[in-house]
Design a protein around this ligand. Sequence first.
Ligand code: ATP
Ligand code: LTN
Length: 327
Amino acid sequence: MKKTLLSGVAPTGNLTIGNYIGALKNWKEMQRQYDCLFMVVDMHAITIHQDPSSLRSRCLSFVSQYLALGIEPKESTIFIQSHVSAHAELAWILNCFTYMGELNRMTQFKNKTKKYSSNINAGLYVYPVLMAADILLYQTDIVPIGDDQRQHLELTRDIAVRFNNLYGKVFQIPEPYISKVGARIMSLLDPKSKMDKSDHNFNNYIALLDEPSVVLKKIRQAITDSGTEIKVDKSKLGISNLLTVYSCLSGMPIPKLEEQFKGKNYTAFKKELAELIIEILRPIQNKYKKLMDNKDYISTILKQGAKKAGERADRILKKVQERIGFI
Ligand code: ATP
Ligand code: LTN
């Protein structure tokens, strides 16, 4: 029996090389080894105000990008979170087993309330509980995520353990899978902050769908530090970040790259990095364009995914409902 792997991305902004390196690349690499479920988490997306028609097209676009990246519908279950109603139902129950003190400590909530100060809604506050429901509904063993989601996964584990202690073992306790290198790719113009797919300044990130000329321009503009050495160094955040991107995309360890670029200048390094990114993105973009021309195929995959996921999720939800005394 294969172990179960589950992960998801919210359909906001544009998928970036940060999402790719931190999460999506691992999905592809792990999908043969695990029984995988991959979601587009539209219910999480609406914790920030979304324009309905953009949300619709982004959901389709993200699914097509998953497929273009090599997620195989024959091997993995691909679905939209809101198509499986058990997510909302379990989230409500888990809300009643989560303390406000725990939610108050969530750094993503604190950051988002600063960024979206005019819309601090209750959904944003209980966002991590919905994420816990996503994970616990499928007896998930492993959750590939970037570093920023580590705290949410710890909360998921705490909620699961608490519930199991009260009602007997219902939930599998999930483990995070966070890469050692590349779990936190930084913004191109502000390498102190995380590269964020909803960043209003497009120049802070490379989107998976960026044209080659745009990639070249954004990498050329990326902040590099004073000095000339191409080397990872705590005081040189910009070049360290670009080297990390290079290493994750090429599979070459950072010390090897430092050796390879010894004596070369930032301009030469950036040119090679941009070319590497363009070459990686080219086949993904070609496949994406073909998929977007075949919306019927995408909706068939989503229907099948929702059915498969829904049946699995309902089994666990029923067990939870029975244990807590719902008749
Ligand atoms: P948003 O601000 O729209 O929520 P985001 O860029 O933080 O966007 P998420 O949907 O929160 O993206 O993240 C999707 C997955 O990508 C998560 O597993 C997350 O940890 C990972 N991830 C996001 N940004 C990065 C990054 N800069 N480096 C590495 N991994 C990342
Ligand atoms: N909160 C996550 C997205 C997400 C997720 C999940 C990731 C929602 N549900 C379940 C892994 C497993 C984020 O990346 N912002």
